[in-house]
Design a protein around this ligand. Structure first.
Ligand SMILES: Nc1nc2c(c(=O)[nH]1)N[C@H]1C(S)=C(S)[C@@H](COP(=O)(O)OP(=O)(O)OC[C@H]3O[C@@H](n4cnc5c(=O)[nH]c(N)nc54)[C@H](O)[C@@H]3O)O[C@H]1N2
Ligand SMILES: Nc1nc2c(c(=O)[nH]1)N[C@H]1C(S)=C(S)[C@@H](COP(=O)(O)OP(=O)(O)OC[C@H]3O[C@@H](n4cnc5c(=O)[nH]c(N)nc54)[C@H](O)[C@@H]3O)O[C@H]1N2
Ligand code: SF4
Ligand SMILES: [Mo]
Length: 821
C-alpha cells in the first residue's frame, strides 16, 4: 500500500473563507484549531488581500510563519449539502497550544469522511438492522421502533436491571456536555439503569475515588503552573506522547526555565528521553520502579518529608483535618481517611524499605524527596506540581496508591497555589453533565462479569468497543458473541414475520440466555459485529460540541460540516430513543412509565445543552462561548461581566476543600497501607510467566484506532500492534524485528509485531493497547479493586514466534522509538 495524500498542490485559503473555532476532539489537552471553508470553484491568491493570512505568499516565508498548512490539514467535505474546501490548522492565538499541532490533531481534516477525496468511507451513514443474515440499512424510525419495542418489553416484563448500558462519560471525541446529558437523561432520569459501565472500565464509578474522598478534585490546577513551578513530579504517564502539547507548550518551557523533573515509570519513556534533552540529564530523575510498587515509594517520600520537617505546617493546620480518623475503612472506602498523624501510622516507610520493594536506590528516593519539598536556601518553600495518569489509575491498588500520592501534595501545601496542583493529566476531554447516578451504588456492579454470568437481556453500547479495550477480553468476547448470536438466530428464524413476531422471537431468545445488542457508533466497530441494531452517530464539528480540557477550560467547538449521511449527534439519538420508548409504552398501556420519557423535544444539540448544562449554569450559552473563542473560560464559571464569562484559574486558592462534600472544608489524608498485589490473581500470574506485558499508548495512534485503521499514514507505519522488546530477549526467542508473535497466558492470547527497544528492562515488553489487529486486553485478568477499578497495566505472559515478518512489514523502519530532538 503506498502512502499518498493530496500531494500535488493545495489551494490557498481565500481572504473571505468562513472561519470556525475548533477544539481538537482527541486528547484531554484540547488544543485550539481554526477551520476554514470555502466554495469548491474558488481559491485564494498570493497577494495579501487575496489570502486569509494577509501576507504576500509569492515571497519566501520566515521559518515560523503561520501562513501555511500541511496536506493532512486539508480535505473536501459537505457543508449545507454542498462540497467545500476544508482546512483545519492549529490556532496560534490559543493559549493551550500556541499554534502547535500534533500528529493526531493535525490529521483532523484528513480524517473527515469525504466522498470526493475518499477518506473515511468506513463511516456509518444510516441506521442498520440485522435482517435475513446481514445488516440492512434502514430508516431511523424503523431501527428505533425495534430498539424501543425490545427494550420496553424486557424492562416491563422483567425490570430495568435487565437493561445493560455501556456509555462514554467524557468530552471531546464522543461525549461532550450535550451527549453526556442526552444519554444521562435517558438512562438515569427516564430510566434508573443500575447495570451501567463507562467506556473504559467495567463499572460506573470514578477513576480516582480516593482523591475526591480526600476533598481534592483531580483537575485543580492551570497549565501555566508548569511554567511557575520548581519541580514537575510525573507519575505513570508519558505526556510527550499522550498529552503532547501540554508537554511541549507548558512542561518544556517550565524545564527550560529551570524546573526539575521526576518521572516515576517502570520503563524509560519518550517523555524522559526528550526532557533530558530539554533540561539536561542532571535535572531529570527517572525512578524506574518495579511495576505496581508506587505506593511504597510515595509513602517513603512522605515519611522523609515529614521527618525532615519539610511539611507546610500552616497549610496543614488551616486546611486539613486534625481529629485523627474521619472516615473509617469499609466496603466503600478501601482505606481510612483522616489527619496527617493518623495516616502516618499506616504510611510510615523508610527509604531503605522502599528501595527494597521498589528496586530503586534509597539515594534516588531521597533525591526525589529533596526535589519535591526541600526548602530553598533562603528558606522559601519549593513549588511542586504533581501529575499522574494511567500507570497508577489502571495500576495496583488504585484507591490507596492515588491517596498516597495526594498525601504528598497536601503535606507540602502544593494544592491551590501557583506552581502547585495534584492532578490527573487526563485522557479524553471532560464533558460530564448527568442526573444523579446515586442509584448505581458504591461499589457498583462489575458489568462485564454480570454479562459473562449470563445476566441482562439488552445491551445498549455508546461510543466504545470492549472487543479492543476491556479487560478479560477473550472471555468477554466469547460470551458476548455466543449470547448475541442466539438473538441473531432468532431474528433469522422469524424472517418474514410481523414486527410483533420478530420482537417475540427476540424476547424468547433473551429469556433463553440471549442478548439483544444496540451499538451507537460512527463506524461499524468490532463489538458492533454482535449488534442487531447499529445507530450512526456524528462527531464533533459535524455538530456543535462543548467540552473542558485538563485545566477545566470550556470551549464550544463549532460545527463546520454536515453529519455523514443520515448520522446524528448522540444527544439527538438519545432523544429519539426516548420518544420511541414513550410511544411504544403507551401502546403497551404503560402510561405512567411512558410519562417518564417526556421532555426530549430537542431540535438541535444546543437544545440538549440548554436542557442540561445550560439549565444548571445559567451564565453559559452557546453565544457567549462562541464569543469566548478558542481560549474559552476555565470552569467553574462564576459569572458574566463586561461581555465576558468569568472563570476560575485554579481551584482551592482559599484553602477550603469540598470535593468530598464535608462541611468543614478540610482535606483528609489517606491511610495507604501497602499490601502487595491487591487485585486477585496478579501475584500468581507474575510468578508463572516470564514477561511483564506492559501496555501503553503511542503518539501516532488515537485510542483503539477507530479512524486510524482507515488511515494509510498510520497503517503503513504500524500494520500490526508493536510489541517493544529488549533485543536480547528477541534473540532468546529467535525473533527478528517485525516478526509476528503471540503473547499467551491463562486469560487468553493476543498477537503483535516484535519491535526492538534497547532501553527496555529485560523480561518486560511494552505493547500498544487497543489495536484492532491485536487486543492487549485478551491477556489481562479480570482482577479489579474493591470499587471495581481494573488493573489493566499489570499482566504477565509468555511469548512465542508466529512467523517471519510479512512482506508488508518488511518495508517499515525498526529504529528505536527514542529520537534525538
Ligand atoms: N497519542 C495518544 N494520546 C492519548 C491517547 C491515545 O490513545 N493516544 N489516549 C488518551 C487517553 S483516553 C488516556 S486515558 C491517556 C493515558 O495517558 P498515559 O497514562 O500517559 O498513557 P499510557 O501509555 O496508557 O500509560 C502511561 C505509563 O504508565 C506506565 N506504567 C505501567 N505500569 C506502571 C506502574 O506500575 N507504575 C507506574 N508509575 N507507571 C506504570 C507505562 O510504562 C506508561 O509509560 O492518554 C490520552 N492521550
Ligand atoms: N489494556 C488496556 N486496556 C485499556 C487501557 C489501557 O491502558 N490498557 N485504557 C483504557 C482507557 S483509559 C480507555 S479511554 C479505553 C478506551 O476504550 P474505548 O472507549 O472502547 O476506545 P475508544 O477508541 O475511545 O472508542 C471509541 C469508540 O467510539 C466511536 N466514536 C467516536 N466518536 C464517536 C461519537 O461522536 N459518537 C459515537 N456514538 N461513537 C463515537 C469510535 O468509532 C470507537 O468505536 O480503553 C481502556 N482499556
Ligand atoms: S495534543 Fe491532544 S488535543 Fe492537542 S492536537 Fe494533539 S491530540 Fe489534539
Ligand atoms: Mo482513557
Amino acid at each position: 500500500m503506498a502512502y499518498k495524500r493530496q500531494i500535488d498542490r493545495l489551494p490557498i485559503i481565500p481572504a473571505d473563507a468562513d472561519e470556525f473555532n475548533v477544539t481538537c476532539h482527541y486528547c484531554i489537552v484540547g488544543c485550539g484549531y481554526k477551520a476554514y471553508t470555502w466554495p469548491m470553484n474558488r481559491q485564494g491568491g498570493t497577494a495579501p488581500n487575496q489570502n486569509k493570512f494577509g501576507v504576500d505568499l509569492s515571497e519566501q516565508q520566515f521559518q515560523d510563519s503561520e501562513a501555511w498548512y500541511a496536506p493532512s490539514m486539508y480535505n473536501v467535505v459537505r457543508q449545507n449539502g454542498k462540497d467545500v474546501h476544508l482546512v483545519v490548522k492549529p490556532d496560534t492565538n490559543c493559549v493551550v497550544n500556541s499554534g502547535l499541532g500534533s500528529i493526531r490533531g493535525a490529521r483532523m481534516a484528513e480524517n473527515r469522511p469525504s466522498k470526493v477525496t475518499g477518506t473515511q468511507q468506513q463511516r456509518l451513514s444510516d441506521p442498520m438492522v440485522w435482517r435475513n443474515g446481514v445488516w440492512q440499512p434502514t430508516s431511523w424510525d424503523d431501527a428505533l421502533d425495534l430498539v424501543a419495542r425490545v427494550t420496553a418489553k424486557v424492562a416491563v416484563e422483567g425490570s430495568e436491571d435487565d437493561i445493560v448500558v455501556s456509555m462514554f462519560d467524557h468530552g471531546g471525541s464522543a461525549g461532550g456536555y450535550e451527549n453526556t446529558w442526552g444519554t444521562g437523561k435517558l438512562y438515569f432520569e427516564s430510566m434508573k439503569i443500575k447495570n451501567c459501565r463507562i467506556h473504559n472500565r467495567p463499572a460506573y464509578n470514578s477513576e480516582v475515588h480516593s482523591t475526591r474522598d480526600m476533598g481534592v478534585d483531580e483537575l485543580n490546577y492551570a497549565y501555566e503552573d508548569y511554567t511557575l513551578t520548581d519541580t514537575i513530579f510525573m507519575v505513570g504517564a508519558n505526556s510527550m506522547e499522550t498529552q503532547t502539547n501540554l508537554y511541549l507548550n507548558h512542561m518544556v518551557p517550565g524545564l527550560q526555565g529551570g524546573a526539575k523533573m521526576i518521572v516515576v515509570d517502570p520503563r524509560r519513556t519518550l517523555t524522559i528521553a526528550s526532557s533530558e534533552q530539554y533540561a539536561g540529564p542532571e535535572n531529570v530523575l527517572h525512578l524506574a520502579i518495579a511495576e505496581g510498587t508506587d505506593m511504597v515509594l510515595f509513602n517513603a517520600l512522605l515519611t522523609h518529608i515529614v521527618d525532615q520537617g519539610w511539611v507546610d505546617a500552616d497549610f496543614i493546620d488551616a486546611s486539613t483535618f486534625q481529629g485523627g480518623e474521619a472516615v473509617a475503612q469499609d466496603s466503600a472506602h478501601p482505606a481510612g481517611l483522616g489527619s496527617l498523624e493518623y495516616a502516618m501510622q499506616t504510611c510510615r516507610t523508610t527509604l531503605d524499605e522502599a528501595a527494597e520493594v521498589c528496586g530503586v536506590s534509597a539515594a534516588d528516593i531521597q533525591k526525589a524527596a529533596e526535589w519535591i519539598a526541600q526548602p530553598h536556601e533562603d528558606g522559601s518553600r519549593r513549588k511542586c506540581v504533581t501529575c499522574y495518569e494511567k500507570g497508577i489509575i489502571w495500576g495496583n491498588d488504585n484507591y490507596r496508591t492515588i491517596g498516597a500520592l495526594v498525601n504528598i501534595a497536601l503535606a507540602t501545601g502544593n494544592v491551590g497555589r501557583e506552581g502547585g496542583g495534584v492532578c490527573r493529566l487526563g485522557g479524553h476531554q471532560e464533558g460530564y453533565f448527568r442526573p444523579s447516578e446515586a442509584h448505581v451504588g458504591r461499589p457498583s456492579e462489575y458489568v462485564d462479569q454480570f454479562l459473562i454470568r449470563g445476566l441482562g437481556g439488552v445491551h445498549h453500547i455508546w461510543a466504545c468497543d470492549h472487543y479492543k479495550t476491556t479487560l478479560n477480553a477473550s472471555e468477554f468476547k466469547r460470551v458476548h458473541k455466543r449470547r448475541s448470536d442466539m438473538v441473531k438466530d432468532a431474528i433469522d428464524g422469524a424472517a418474514g414475520g410481523t414486527r410483533e413476531q420478530v420482537v417475540d422471537a427476540i424476547v424468547s431468545a433473551i429469556n433463553a440466555g440471549g442478548l439483544f445488542v444496540v451499538d451507537v457508533d460512527i463506524i461499524h466497530s468490532q463489538i458492533g459485529q454482535n449488534a442487531h441494531v447499529i445507530l450512526p452517530a456524528c462527531e464533533a464539528n459535524e455538530m456543535n460540541l462543548t467540552s473542558m480540557n485538563g485545566e477545566r477550560r470550556l470551549r464550544l467547538s463549532e460545527k463546520y460540516m454536515d453529519p455523514f449521511g443520515n448520522s446524528l449527534p448522540d444527544a439527538l439519538i438519545a432523544a429519539k430513543i426516548a420518544q420511541h420508548m414513550e410511544r411504544v409504552l403507551r401502546e403497551m398501556g404503560e402510561d405512567a412509565y411512558a410519562d417518564q420519557f417526556q421532555g426530549y423535544d430537542w431540535e438541535t444539540e444546543e437544545d440538549a445543552f440548554m436542557d442540561g448544562y445550560g439549565a444548571a449554569h445559567t451564565a453559559v450559552t452557546y453565544e457567549r462561548l462562541r464569543a469566548a473563542g478558542n481560549n474559552g473560560v476555565q470552569e467553574p464559571v462564576v459569572g458574566y461581566e463586561n461581555g465576558q464569562l468569568v472563570g476560575t484559574t485554579r481551584l482551592y486558592t482559599d484553602g477550603v476543600f469540598t470535593r468530598h462534600g464535608r462541611e468543614d472544608g478540610k482535606a483528609l489524608f489517606c491511610a495507604a497501607g501497602w499490601r502487595g498485589w491487591q487485585a486477585p490473581g496478579k501475584a500468581r500470574e507474575q510468578a508463572a510467566h516470564r514477561f511483564w506485558i506492559n501496555n501503553v499508548r503511542a503518539n501516532i495512534f488515537w485510542q483503539n484506532q477507530f479512524l486510524d485503521q482507515d488511515n494509510d499514514f498510520v497503517q503503513d507505519r504500524y500494520p500490526h500492534p508493536f510489541v517493544e522488546m529488549h533485543p536480547d530477549d528477541m534473540v532468546d526467542l529467535g525473533l527478528n524485528p517485525g516478526d509476528l508473535l503471540e503473547i499467551i497466558n491463562d486469560n487468553g492470547v493476543t498477537q503483535g509485531m516484535a519491535y526492538p527497544m534497547p532501553t527496555l528492562k529485560r523480561n518486560t515488553v511494552a505493547m500498544v493497547f487497543g489495536s484492532p489487529a491485536g487486543s492487549q486486553g485478551n491477556v489481562v485478568n479480570p482482577g479489579v479493586n474493591e470499587l471495581v477499578l481494573p488493573d489493566y497495566k499489570h499482566c504477565w505472559g509468555d511469548i512465542r514466534k508466529i512467523s517471519d515478518a510479512t512482506a508488508q512489514i518488511r518495508g517499515i523502519s525498526f529504529k528505536s522509538h527514542e529520537i534525538m530532538l
